[in-house]
Ligand binder design. Sequence first.
Ligand SMILES: [Zn+2]
Ligand SMILES: [Zn+2]
Length: 406
Amino acid sequence: MEDVILTNGIVYAETGTIDKGYIIIADGRISDIGEGSPSSKSAGRIIDVQGNVISPGFIDMHTHGIMDVDFMESSYEETEKALYAYARYGVTRVVSTLLSNPISSIVEQGKLIRNVKQKSPIGCLIHGVHVEGPWLAPRCRGGHAAKYLKVPNKEDVESILTQIGDVVKTVTYAPELENALWLTEQLNKMGIIPVFGHTEATYEEAERAIMAGARHVTHMYDTTLGYKENPDEALVMMPGMETAVLYFDQVSIELIGCPVHVPKPFFKFIAKVKPRDKTIIVTDSLVGTGMPDGTILTYKDGRKVYVENGVLRMIDSDPAVHGNLTGSAVTMNVALRRLAEYAELSKPDAIRWGSINPATTLGIQEETGSLKVGKYADVTVMNDNFDIILTLLQGETVFKKDEEDE
Ligand SMILES: [Zn+2]
Ligand SMILES: [Zn+2]
């Protein structure tokens, strides 16, 4: 394969920003990064990025789908189509997230996603599967159907671990459920990351699970109840799971890049209180993502929703229900742009939340997540406003703006 040279860009390298620099890609990996112009000895296809930003590709570790595709229901071809749609927004890795469903359906869909990962030309954009539920707290279920929720039992857990344990990378569950500590240990043993979410755990329940290996929180401040009031002492607050996940440095925290799901001050707060490498932005995006405002979608169960400014809202004849929030439709580039604004971060610092930080939590930081010699050339080129111009996945062009949009 011919070398590719991206020149004349602002390079967000792992070691710092290079104001006018280049990167060279050989055999799908970054072979050189430098300031100025590459030496005349370098040969290959030259792409002049015209002063735009050369950034690490984004990693979205919590997304259900995009462009009318839901990973829980998609066919092989639809899943592939979704991966190309992610690349339009600078994404070079996703953890395909499966919503609460019967265990057998989760297993079947996990196998399909593994098949796409192994066989499709764009399959390496999938890092793996995130099983979100069905082991969630009923009161905190959010968009998960109550009828599928259950406590983890041996048969279900074994069914998932033995059949799709290789492709499952993260499991979100509520640590206060019966058998949750046992589940944490089983996941940890398999190298699957135990993740808190949809939970109202006490401090003690959360601490026990963290000691057993839990080390990430799914969409903090959305369906996570942080504190409780002491029933025996007036107006005394009891620490809950929030105190535990903020206290223990090994736990990373993810926020949905959406001010409707996460009120703005939380972005600044998490940026200040968590270690620099434990802060993560995700989209938690659903089927309507990437589609224009006003697009109407019909779910399998007949419910209708519409897209509005990065969220999905209900369509219903009952005015009390019509317009209710049903999920996120934000894209990674927009989520990162908002993060930079809300948390008052520099662009390279904001981008860490969607690149090296999720890579570190997922344990793939030696392969991807930053621009460094030896790593995969998972790269996106964007303008100053986070609009994506070009995306390379392991050195291959998977999105180019000029061809498609101009
Ligand atoms: Zn959720
Ligand atoms: Zn989700």
